[in-house]
Design a protein around this ligand. Structure first.
Ligand code: NI
Length: 181
């Protein structure tokens, strides 16, 4: 997910995989044990997300790693709330409905209105391997659904249908050409 505010860019540990990279369509594997390797991966994913000017969420397949791990930080500037590092996140329930504009770090320059559930209950393991349950609404519920979709090879453009999808096609073609160069 992306935010529209801009921030300074720092060094990024990973290259973010762009649309047309087949890894974005793969299903990620559960993380069996949360070791230092997984914790370092989560830290590097956060650094990669913060290095982009607009990222508020990132899933491991977006850096080419097929593990069920997502990171989310909706409020990048405020340090009071720590970012969410979620291993094996699972949606337990969804409720309501909301349509908002969405973007994705794998789709630079592309946004689309996406209808999702307005509320979500998600269980996961945190960076220490402890079980957590998140009752989310609004942007957090949206970000969780977007990032968990990435773990199953589902992309936000998949929700764009009909005429709007046709209008997106030209932009997607351009992005595909850029990322294949
Ligand atoms: Ni995304």
């Amino acid at each position: 997910m992306v935010d529209k505010d801009s921030h300074d860019c720092a060094a990024s540990p990973f290259r973010i995989r762009l649309y047309s990279d087949p890894v974005l369509r793969e299903k990620a594997f559960p993380v069996q044990a949360i070791t230092d390797v997984e914790r370092k991966l989560a830290e590097d994913m956060l650094a990669t997300m913060y290095a982009s000017p607009i990222g508020v969420g990132l899933a491991a397949p977006q850096v080419g790693i097929l593990k069920r791990l997502i990171v989310i930080d909706l409020d990048r500037d405020a340090s009071e709330e720590s970012p969410s590092v979620l291993f094996n996140p699972t949606i337990q329930s969804l409720a309501g409905e909301a349509t908002e504009e969405e973007g994705c770090l794998s789709f630079p320059g592309i946004t689309a209105d996406v209808k999702r559930a307005a509320r979500a209950v998600v269980t996961a393991q945190d960076i220490d391997g402890e079980p957590v349950q998140i009752e989310a609404e609004d942007l957090l519920a949206r970000a969780l659904q977007h990032e968990i979709d990435h773990l199953d090879g589902i992309l936000f453009i998949d929700y764009v249908r009909g005429l709007k999808r046709q209008l997106l096609r030209g932009k997607l073609r351009k992005l595909r050409q850029q990322s294949e160069q």
